[in-house]
Design a protein around this ligand. Structure first.
Ligand code: SAH
Length: 280
């Protein structure tokens, strides 16, 4: 069966809601490449409705006058191209000192810890700066905490939760408000034989007790809003990793963390993204 390929150029800050919308519209999968999202739909999908919805988004974003105007292009691809484009967009990647993230169709090679990820509709293949920085900081600070309990707030594909288990955390929880993320995480937990990871669909209030390390790769506004809730779930000597912060918005998150009793001990920049490591 042929597929519709829709390519959307959009400013970075609108990518998350766009990916959500594409999933809602029945996309089979999407590739996230900087300012460009490429989404695939079955040939039977109602193209005019989908493009119509995207045009509404485009009008709203463009009317607000952002630096990158939204552009939408679509074409019909023969069956084989869809699989091939999808696979070309997601290749294995070495991260930090110890990790290699691989798609299910690649075999692990070398001595790195393999994290096998089938992204489905969820975020987190290791190709995004924010995910990479989280893994680097997790690796860097895992030795400084007790490694009893780990919380991945906004788990996406489950990648950070699976990595935490590989780093030796005894109990790992992944939470996400998006049911598609929970579905993807469940699949990836099975692929990695990481069944000890517990998953909850919902907000941070689903998480009881306290944690030695918390990773939250969200966005600045949400991090600032949840800083108090996050801090209240941290053991006294614990570490919080916050990511998803655009350069220039990091001071606002550091300030919110400070107001919740957390001190920033490292700011790690990668491209236009900043990640923080904080402790009490
Ligand atoms: N942890 C992964 C995915 C990050 S993307 C990684 O580092 O690559 C952010 C995820 O957080 C998305 O899956 C989104 O659905 C989820 N999310 C956004 N706001 C949330 C909230 N308030 N509580 C829980 N999850 C949230």
């Amino acid at each position: 069966m042929p597929y519709h390929q829709i390519t959307i150029t959009i400013p970075e800050q609108f990518k998350d809601p766009l990916l959500r919308k594409l999933a809602e519209l029945g996309s089979l999968g999407s590739l996230d490449q900087g300012h460009t999202i490429t989404a695939y739909f079955p040939a039977t999908a109602p193209l005019s409705i989908i493009v119509g919805e995207l045009q509404v988004i485009s009008l709203l974003v463009n009317a607000a006058g952002h630096d990158i105007p939204v552009r939408i292009e679509h074409s019909l691809l023969p069956d084989t191209d869809w699989n091939e484009s999808w696979k070309r967009g997601f290749t294995s990647i070495d991260i930090g000192e110890r990790f290699a993230v691989l798609p299910p169709w690649e075999r692990p090679s070398g001595s790195r810890i393999p994290l096998v990820i089938d992204p489905g509709m969820a975020f987190g293949t290791g190709h995004h700066e924010t995910t990479r920085s989280c893994l680097v900081l997790m690796e860097r600070y895992a030795g400084a905490v007790k490694k009893e309990r780990f919380l991945d707030l906004g788990t996406g594909t489950g990648l950070l939760a699976i990595a935490a288990l590989a780093l030796g955390f005894r109990s790992v929880v992944g939470v996400d408000t998006d049911p598609l993320a929970i579905e993807a995480s469940r699949r990836n937990i099975a692929l990695n034989e990481a069944e000890k990871v517990e998953l909850f669909e919902g907000e941070i209030d689903r998480c009881e007790g306290d944690y030695d390390m918390i990773a939250a790769n969200l966005i600045s506004g949400t991090l600032a809003q949840l800083a108090g809730e996050i801090a209240s779930r941290l053991v006294p000597a614990g570490i919080v990793i916050m990511s998803g912060i655009l350069k220039g918005q990091d001071d606002e998150v550091v300030e919110a963390a400070k107001n919740s009793g957390l001190a920033c001990i490292e700011r790690l920049a990668d491209g236009k993204w900043v990640s923080l490591a904080c402790r009490r």
